[in-house]
Design a protein around this ligand. Structure first.
Ligand code: SF4
Length: 334
């Protein structure tokens, strides 16, 4: 795996809500992304995992440029592409594309597949028409679809075909980084396996880099080189996939793995109970945001927020007590 960093995010923060509404009170502002730093290496698959509402999709949309960051920086290939207005942000981040989790919603039901794909190229200023057509046919072939499918409409296609079309629509724009948001949601298991195989093959063929957003740990384990675990807008653990699944260091990671019975970890996680729901993002606890659900919380956890820090090679953790909870297991998985 290449080590060259293609995308770098530093202390990224995205606030949502807080706008005044015509009637009623303003929605309270929420820090959906609350100081995320990560570096995406060229040609890798970095998984972003967390429960619904943890901020993973907002992180993806902020990196893409359709959601404006409120603090922090984003660098693409060493160039700063943050701090721009919406139009400039998308232009500067053209090399980043987004695969929508709802394939049907990503396509206009009244447009043929060919028109949907061509429109993406027209908006990006690719021409003339013959060149656009040739590019579309090449991409349809790359995702395993016949060129004749250009004349069909979304309602005539299966879920697997729709997912292939949306992949072609993203790839036709020749991106370098693709944000895949729950790319297998709504697909049955056999189609899911085919789509994941295709996503991996395209990574190699077009030398892409993926940010792979998912709540499905078994898919993440199968696909990703590294995994970042998010909780209430922050990354609480970042590690190579094998190490993370063999010996999760953060109590929240351990809890997620315990809640996924299909996963066998190399570590005895004990009977770690699952404590309730995440707190509201409008009332994040002081200190460690996970302390209201963590069975290992101590007084210090309420007083100081643990920062994400390197603990062993290839692993960063944000927990005051990671050593007490399994330093030996974490070290042996290194
Ligand atoms: S810092 Fe404290 S509350 Fe937070 S995960 Fe670690 S032990 Fe649990």
């Amino acid at each position: 795996m290449a080590e060259r960093v293609i995308l770098e995010v530093e202390n990224l923060e995205t606030r949502l809500g807080g706008e005044r509404r015509l009637l009623g009170r303003a929605r309270p502002p929420v820090r959906a992304v609350a100081g995320v730093s990560l570096a995406l290496r060229e040609n890798e698959i970095l998984g972003i995992v967390g429960e619904s509402g943890c901020g993973k999709s907002t992180l993806g949309r902020t990196i893409l440029g359709i959601q404006r960051e409120t603090a922090g920086s984003i660098r693409l290939d060493g160039r700063t592409v943050s701090g721009l207005g919406p139009r400039e942000a998308r232009r500067a981040r053209r090399d980043i594309q987004y695969l929508h989790q709802d394939a049907a919603a990503a396509l206009d039901p009244w447009w043929s597949i060919g028109r949907s794909l061509e429109e993406a190229l027209v908006i990006s200023g690719v021409g003339p028409r013959a060149e656009r057509r040739a590019r579309i046919d090449r991409m349809l072939a790359a995702v395993g679809l016949e060129p004749a499918l250009r004349r069909r409409y979304p309602h005539e296609l299966s879920g697997g075909q729709l997912r292939r079309v949306t992949l072609a629509r993203v790839l036709v724009l020749a991106p370098r980084v693709v944000i895949l948001d729950e790319p297998t949601s709504g697909l049955d298991l056999s189609v899911q396996a085919t789509v994941l195989g295709l996503i991996r093959a395209l990574l190699t063929e077009f030398r892409l880099t993926y940010l792979f957003i998912s709540h499905d740990l078994s898919v993440v384990r199968q696909m990703c080189d590294r995994v970042a675990i998010m909780y209430l807008g922050r990354i609480v653990e970042l590690a190579d996939t094998r190490r993370l699944f063999e010996a999760p260091a953060h109590p929240y990671t351990r809890m997620l793995l315990m809640a996924a019975p299909r996963l066998a970890t190399g570590q005895d996680l004990g009977a770690l109970p699952i404590h309730g729901e995440p707190p509201s993002p409008t009332a994040v606890p002081s200190g460690c945001a996970f302390r209201t659900r963590c069975p290992y919380t101590v007084a210090r956890c309420a007083e100081a927020r643990p920062e994400l820090e390197p603990v062993v090679a290839g692993r960063e953790v944000a927990c005051h007590r990671w050593r007490d909870l399994g330093e030996a297991a974490v070290a042996s998985a290194s």
